[in-house]
Design a protein around this ligand. Sequence first.
Ligand SMILES: Cc1cc2nc3c(=O)[nH]c(=O)nc-3n(C[C@H](O)[C@H](O)[C@H](O)COP(=O)(O)O)c2cc1C
Length: 200
Amino acid sequence: MRTLEAIAQRRSIKHFQPNQAMPEQDVQQLLNAAQQAPTSFNIQHGRIIRVTDPALRIKLQEAAWGQAQVTEASELWALCADVDAWKKAPQRYWQTVDADKQQFIVNMLTDFYSGKEQLQRDEAIRSCGIIGQTVMLAAKDLGYDSCPMIGFDADAVADLIQLPEDHVVGMLIAIGTASESAWPRGGFIPQDEVVFENTF
Ligand SMILES: Cc1cc2nc3c(=O)[nH]c(=O)nc-3n(C[C@H](O)[C@H](O)[C@H](O)COP(=O)(O)O)c2cc1C
């Protein structure tokens, strides 16, 4: 499938065929795609919780206002990020380059993030978004549907997945086979309300 086709065909699905396990090789392909999503300075701070425990899915569904996707979809992933990844042995994000270049980049990224908590958090959420779209398009390519979700009690979800203190939850993503079509499109606002040339 061409990328533009996947972009056009991806829709947010609210009902999936239940009890349909995703073949492990497809899961692995989606995880590989997720890992290839870009991150600033390659800090790779995205963390994916694959929720495979049906009992936990039910609890998460309660935290997500009963949304059916949470229990019906073949895969439910909580896309999270480690807000402090930038300072956790950052040389490992540049393990393939020579020592001088590695040190240069590590110094640069350390200066960039040090003391800037809002930026660290923005970056974490930004990366979850990019991972999310990457996974949803890859899922479409493999013949699956998906739904990104932020309709949940973030504190309750954090408790349920035992989110570490220095991590954030970006979104949940449900992936599987649709059992109902997406809602009709809400429509797009005019492009001149969205796109500007040079300045606002
Ligand atoms: C960050 C984010 C959170 C969303 N949360 C939910 C959600 O909790 N439940 C849901 O059914 N749809 C959710 N959606 C889906 C949107 O409603 C949907 O993307 C939008 O209406 C456009 O429709 P489309 O994705 O089918 O093109 C979410 C989408 C995004 C990007």
